[in-house]
Design a protein around this ligand. Structure first.
Ligand code: F6R
Length: 646
């Protein structure tokens, strides 16, 4: 009998449920569903109030979190006649100083995502003004508060949460009754905001924000969070004590807050992380594995040394009752993890594959390794990539986007000057060329922070990354005919803010897959950042799978997901762990080094100061260490994959 069957016959839920959450939480499969739910609630309130001839006052947030809510509201306006004519809005905050038309202004954000697409009356829109002279700020903020009151107070307040625990721009230290005011931004907040600016230095130091007290007056509050990077702070805000060092925790005192999360943002909540402690246990094989791994880490013992007492003392006694004993359970989980380890990521020829992660046949497979940016292939699965090539498979690598915004201006300038000087040195620089290079060089020399690049500069930056990607793939042993640059159009805005995924993007993936008919597809499975490029690239692949569903070759096509540069799959999720020797790890590092424009300090490096090769090595060593600490074999490093089953 499988563990799951035994466990479920034991009658769980006999515990008393222990609720660690001090706010009502709803967890959705993903941010799209969650956002739709919030948008529907807003629409319902608007319609009900319209029927009663009343206006609805919305408190609105910016940032990546509410984007899909706004998109859904716009859709409802266009397709379902949802009207905003008697909706009044107050935005939470604005950078200071900040011109309305600036690329990064929240004024622009709100217009681009919502106001320009619905029938709201301009006089009903209120957004803190980042151009008010400093000496008038206090008076201005007081007026903002009065305007909210005059409008009857906020009916529904939307909130995101910053990694500092801020709501609005109420950073740690903000007091409970704080009103709308000028604040200084926390270092971490400025760092996170730098993705929208040219560099961290360009992020304003201040902002105008509604206070915790102003937010508190709203009748209903939706606190939303998506992505694993929010999981820690969400846990503190929801399960922790009320403290000024996590301003969102003040919401615990509000009578009507609804917390809306996707699965990744909920990861650290006790009921998700260690549900057995909360007494909610619908034991599946995965959950049992998670619990045993957790216990092994908690006790510092390898799995095979866990005893009945260990299970009993840590709230897991039910797992071993009737379930024979800890010894049998330990072995089952040990074997499960053991079977994930494979040096044959494309399948081991002529071997029994019944317990292996990949099929033995066909011995030589065709595969496409999708890389959202031009370096994710080698960063995230460089070791596996190398093995697949060495083991004789037909490996194709497809770079989904040009990655052009992540190239420094000084690198582009160097190439532009090089091209100009080279042509001049050959005596082939005609007037047209000279004008073109001069235009590019002049643009780069005089460019303001935040100005989108002109197409010629974007092209140079894209080509720089192409050359590097080709270098990495050739180094790993690919022929040029196996290297594909897809330049998906959604990415080509020249700004950090991208376009939504479109049919043209999906068709590019469909065409490549239909041409190669792969047995294996590898993709960056970053489910964490809903608006990040990785997630959009993954969605395009999912869509392509749906489009090609009827093709017979698709029955043999498996999709393996690696995680991007940020963090790794949890051990109980891993279905294939590909080990690397010290030499193989060094070789992977060399392939990453081909990406020179990303070395030292790439633009938009994310919230991590290590270079990409360091992150990759730390992560791969970390996985190997984890396996070792659970009592499995000791390798130098490991890359991990999860299979997507549709
Ligand atoms: C934005 C705001 C901020 C954001 C928070 C999360 O108006 O007030 O509190 O909600 O910084 O930002 P994202 O959603 O970009 O992760």
């Amino acid at each position: 009998m499988k563990i799951k069957e035994k466990a479920s016959s034991m009658g769980y839920l006999k515990y008393e449920l222990k609720n660690f959450e001090k706010l009502p939480v709803k967890i959705w499969e993903d941010s799209v569903e969650a956002s739709r739910h919030v948008a529907r609630s807003i629409a319902l309130a608007i319609r009900q109030r319209q029927q009663d001839g009343e206006q609805t006052v919305l408190g609105l947030a910016t940032g990546s979190t509410p984007i899909k809510v706004y998109e859904e509201l716009v859709r409802m306006h266009k397709e379902e006649g949802l009207s905003f004519h008697n909706v009044v809005t107050f935005n939470l905050d604005e950078y200071y100083p900040m011109a309305k038309e600036a690329q990064q202004s929240y004024w622009r954000f709100m217009h681009e995502y919502l106001f320009d697409h619905v029938d709201i009356q301009p006089e009903n829109i209120h957004i803190p003004d980042g151009t008010v002279p400093m000496e008038k700020i206090a008076e201005y903020c007081e007026r903002y508060e009065n305007q909210i009151e005059l409008a009857g107070g906020i009916d529904i307040q939307l909130l995101g949460i910053g990694r500092t625990g801020h709501i609005g721009f109420n950073e740690p230290g903000a007091w409970e009754t704080s009103p709308t005011r000028m604040v200084r931004l926390d270092h971490l907040t400025r760092h996170d905001a730098s993705k929208d600016f040219q560099s961290e230095d360009d992020v304003p130091y201040r902002a105008i924000t509604m206070g915790v007290g102003s937010i508190f007056k709203a009748r209903t509050v939706y606190l939303m969070a998506w992505g694993q990077h929010k999981a820690q702070i969400i846990q503190q805000a929801i399960e922790g004590e009320i403290t000024t060092s996590v301003p969102a925790s003040f919401l615990q005192k509000h009578p009507n807050v609804k917390v809306v999360l996707d699965k990744s943002a909920a990861e650290e909540l006790t009921k998700m992380k260690s549900p057995w402690l909360a007494g909610i246990c619908n034991w599946t094989d995965d959950l049992i594995c998670k619990a045993v791994v957790w216990l092994s880490q908690k006790t510092g013992k390898p799995i095979l040394k866990l005893t009945d007492e260990d299970y009993n003392e840590h709230g897991l006694s039910d797992l071993i009752i009737e379930q024979a004993n800890s010894y049998e359970l330990n072995i089952q989980i040990f074997n499960r993890l053991q079977r994930t380890i494979s040096g044959w990521p494309g399948g081991k020829p002529n071997a029994d594959d019944s317990n292996r992660p990949e099929r033995a046949k066909p011995a030589k497979k065709r595969m496409i390794l999708f890389s959202p940016h031009p370096d994710d292939d080698v960063i995230s699965m460089g070791g596996t990539f190398q093995r697949l090539v060495d083991q004789g498979h037909e490996v194709h690598v497809a770079y989904q986007t040009s990655g052009n915004i992540a190239v420094h201006d000084f690198d582009a300038l160097r190439y532009a000057e090089f091209m100009r000087e080279f042509k001049a040195s050959q005596g082939t620089l005609d007037a047209q060329d000279a004008a073109l290079y001069d235009k590019i060089i002049h643009f780069l020399n005089t460019k303001d922070s935040g100005t989108p690049d002109i197409p010629e500069v974007r092209s140079i930056k894209g080509l720089i990354r192409r050359g590097e990607a080709r270098g990495g793939a050739r180094f790993t042993g690919l022929q040029d005919s196996q290297i594909h640059f897809l330049d998906m159009p959604f990415y080509e805005t020249g700004k950090t803010r991208k376009m939504p995924l479109g049919e043209a993007d999906i068709q590019i993936i469909v065409d490549l897959m239909a041409r190669i008919k792969p047995h294996q597809v590898f993709a960056a499975g970053d489910l964490a950042d809903p608006h990040g490029t990785h997630r959009v690239c993954l969605d395009a692949i999912f869509e392509a799978f749906r489009h090609l569903d009827k093709e017979t070759w698709m029955k043999d096509c498996w999709l393996w997901m690696y995680r991007g540069a940020w963090h790794e799959w949890a051990v109980h999720e891993i279905e294939m762990a590909v080990p690397m020797s010290p030499q193989q790890l060094r070789k992977k590092r060399q392939a990453i080094f081909m990406h020179q424009s990303q070395k030292d300090r790439a633009p938009f490096p994310g919230d991590d100061n290590r270079e990409f090769w360091q992150r990759a090595e730390d992560r791969n060593r970390g996985t190997a260490h984890m396996y070792r600490s659970l009592g499995l074999a000791e390798y130098e490093a490991m890359e991990a994959f999860v299979r997507w089953k549709g």
